[in-house]
Design a protein around this ligand. Structure first.
Ligand SMILES: Nc1ncnc2c1ncn2[C@@H]1O[C@H](COP(=O)(O)OP(=O)(O)O)[C@@H](O)[C@H]1O
Ligand SMILES: [Mg+2]
Length: 456
């Protein structure tokens, strides 16, 4: 299932905006990225997509289900009514009849909102949304292991809550719970933890717990065959859904392994980092947010695709606002590639402030938003971060004042005004770190000029 296009009418600051999403002919990847200054409208686009898709997940649950309405505050201030039109392509469950296929694969629905007390300007057309949801419900009725598409929105307010030590209520997690809070709250580590523990309890019931295994290890040292059989038995009892989550986390953070719940001395979530066992609460904010994000996507895919050997191959749509949030630059750089490698069949719509996110992946579709207008950018693949900052993000690479002073310094050196250059250099040396590249260069240039003058 993928969004081909969305058209916003009077939503946020957009009067009329049509946005085709990747994959397109030119950009065959599954990733669309929006960049733009604060207030450019990036979040509005993602929120509109989430609002529209919420009708699909609601109607998947019940035939006449209602999703989220367009909030009145989101209607363009000068307008009385707004619409979100969405075009979806979904080929699951369609017949092979080529005459039917165009109609069967293509879905288009419109969600409308009129200001209270105003005459209705637009009406909603949700027939196709119902038709699509019905198709999945029919399939579920025939086979309760049918794969469902992930639909998830991770807003900026996604937080990594503290991991609860006590879980008061035990939940049972069903397939459709793969959509729980998926369009409103986003990552909630508490839920992730509860789910993980629940699954792991079952896993341990059919396998051998880590604690027991550790106790058995010294006893079986003399019998390597038995030890190996025991480990093989345990591997086969591994829970498929947990394996998916662990695999996804390892793909994004290769130094992390074996996420698990430890029950002694007290309940906590443990992970091995470079071979050392840590409490997840001890990880950095950056590590925790990436883990929660990746783990949550993997968890939902695993729940929604009960029959897939590798649930990470499940399809669907994932929206992530400010994907670089809390992330270390080296992770920002490899993010798109890793998303594609780990979740090959998901369509991603991302927003970012980071040049690194868009400079390191081929074939992503990049848009900038300025003054309510959309512009597609040529590929930024392989560009260095400074160029992307200057070209795309319209931001000075350096602080303006420092930049001006560095330029003055270089001019002074060039013009052989040595005393002035020395003064400027002394001033900048106080302000900048000793290993500042431009400063080091300027020092060398000045030194060269001084020597040249001394020789005359
Ligand atoms: N109902 C509205 N009418 C007109 N402009 C709006 C409306 N709602 C929001 N905006 C404008 O849209 C901007 C919010 O855009 P947002 O999507 O949050 O930007 P970004 O995520 O790119 O920072 C606000 O700065 C505001 O100027
Ligand atoms: Mg925003």
């Amino acid at each position: 299932m993928e969004i081909q296009r969305v058209i916003l009418n009077n939503i946020g600051l957009f009067e009329n905006l049509e946005i085709p999403l990747a994959p397109t002919e030119q950009n065959p990847s599954n990733i669309t990225v929006f960049v733009g200054n604060n207030g450019a409208g990036k979040t509005s686009v993602l929120k509109a997509l989430a609002t529209s898709l919420s009708w699909f997940t609601a109607r998947l649950r019940t035939e006449k289900g209602s999703g989220n309405p367009i909030p009145e505050d989101d209607i363009l201030n000068a307008a009385n009514a707004a619409t979100i039109e969405i075009e979806i392509c979904d080929s699951s469950g369609a017949s092979d009849n080529p005459n039917q296929s165009e109609f069967e694969h293509h879905f288009k629905w419109t969600l409308a909102k009129n200001r209270i007390g105003r005459k209705a300007g637009y009406t909603s057309h949700l027939n196709d949304c119902t038709r699509l949801a019905n198709r999945y419900r029919d399939a579920l009725t025939r086979d309760d292991k049918t794969s469902l598409p992930i639909i998830a929105f991770y807003p900026v307010e996604r937080v990594v809550l503290d991991i609860p030590l006590k879980i008061r209520t035990r939940h049972t997690f069903l397939q459709l719970d793969g959509y729980d809070n998926s369009l409103s709250q986003g990552v909630d580590f508490r839920r992730f933890f509860e789910w993980f523990r629940e699954r792991e309890d079952t896993e341990n019931e059919s396998g051998i717990s880590e604690d027991l295994l550790n106790q058995l290890k010294p006893l079986l040292e003399t019998n390597p065959d038995a030890w190996q059989r025991l480990n093989e038995f345990n591997a086969s009892a591994r829970d498929r859904q947990l394996t998916a989550v662990r695999t996804a986390i390892r793909q994004f953070m290769p130094q992390m392994d074996n996420l698990r719940v430890r029950r002694k001395p007290r309940l906590y979530m443990a992970i091995d980092k470079n071979g050392e066992t840590l409490n997840v609460a001890q990880l950095s904010q950056s590590e925790k947010s990436l883990m929660a994000l990746v783990g949550d996507i993997a968890r939902r895919l695993a729940m929604l695709n009960p029959a897939l050997e590798n649930p990470l191959g499940g399809d669907g749509i994932v929206l992530i606002d400010e994907v670089d949030l809390h992330l270390h630059p080296s992770w920002q750089r490899s993010l798109c590639d890793r998303l594609i490698a780990t979740f090959p069949n998901c369509q991603f719509v991302l927003t970012t402030h980071s040049p690194l996110v868009i400079s390191d992946c081929k074939n992503v579709l990049v848009y900038t938003l300025t003054n309510g207008e959309l512009r597609q950018l040529p590929s930024q693949y392989g560009q260095d971060a400074n160029t992307v900052l200057l070209d795309v993000m319209d931001t000075s690479i350096r602080n303006e004042k420092i930049n001006a002073e560095l330029n003055d310094l270089l001019d002074a050196i060039q013009d052989s005004k040595l005393t002035e250059a020395q003064q400027l250099l002394a001033k900048l040396t106080e302000e900048l770190p000793a290993n500042h590249l431009e400063l080091v260069k300027a020092k060398l240039l000045l030194r060269k000029q001084e020597l040249r003058h001394a020789n005359h």
